[in-house]
Design a protein around this ligand. Structure first.
Ligand SMILES: Cc1cc2nc3c(=O)[nH]c(=O)nc-3n(C[C@H](O)[C@H](O)[C@H](O)COP(=O)(O)O)c2cc1C
Length: 139
């Protein structure tokens, strides 16, 4: 069974809700959900499929005090790693996610799905996509 780790940063709960929708569709025996302040490099390394979530912050960047340092810490360890990204945004055009995708790819990470972005809270359609991701990879 694939080991699924979901690591996220969320300030007001929207990205956290997205993470929970993925996790709730996963087999709990082999999956883990962690707020990024509790996550270690090992949590990224051990995953067969790594879901990373972060809200758009600053000016179209990852949150800078916890998510950005975590990303820097795993950049050297994600070559060949299957990764899918998600996150919530507000007024922007999703540039933070495009930049994040490019960064993952440059480090050798393999994006296995289109990223899921939600304007504020996830819609019903997005919730279904998030749940489908959990059940698809948790096998
Ligand atoms: C300090 C700050 C900076 C933000 N910067 C952006 C931004 O650059 N682009 C954007 O689309 N939304 C931006 N937002 C809006 C958040 O991404 C949005 O409220 C999102 O739903 C928060 O997700 P969360 O509940 O997981 O924290 C910002 C919000 C805050 C508080």
């Amino acid at each position: 069974m694939s080991k699924i780790n979901i690591i996220y940063w969320s300030g007001t709960g929207n990205t956290e809700a997205m993470a929970n929708h993925i996790y709730n569709a996963c087999n709990k025996e082999n999956s883990k959900i962690l707020s990024v302040d509790k996550a270690t490099v090992k949590d990224a390394e051990e995953a067969d499929v790594l879901f990373l979530g972060c809200a758009a912050m600053g000016d179209e960047v990852l949150e800078e005090s916890e998510m950005e340092p975590f990303m820097e810490s795993i950049e050297g360890s994600i070559k060949g790693k299957k990764i899918a990204l998600f996150g919530s945004y507000g007024w922007g055009d999703g540039q933070w996610m495009k930049d994040w995708e490019e960064r993952i790819t440059k480090c050798g990470g393999v994006l296995v799905e289109d990223s899921i972005i939600s304007n504020g809270e996830p819609t019903d359609e997005e919730i279904e996509k998030l749940s489908n991701l959990g059940s698809k990879y948790s096998v």
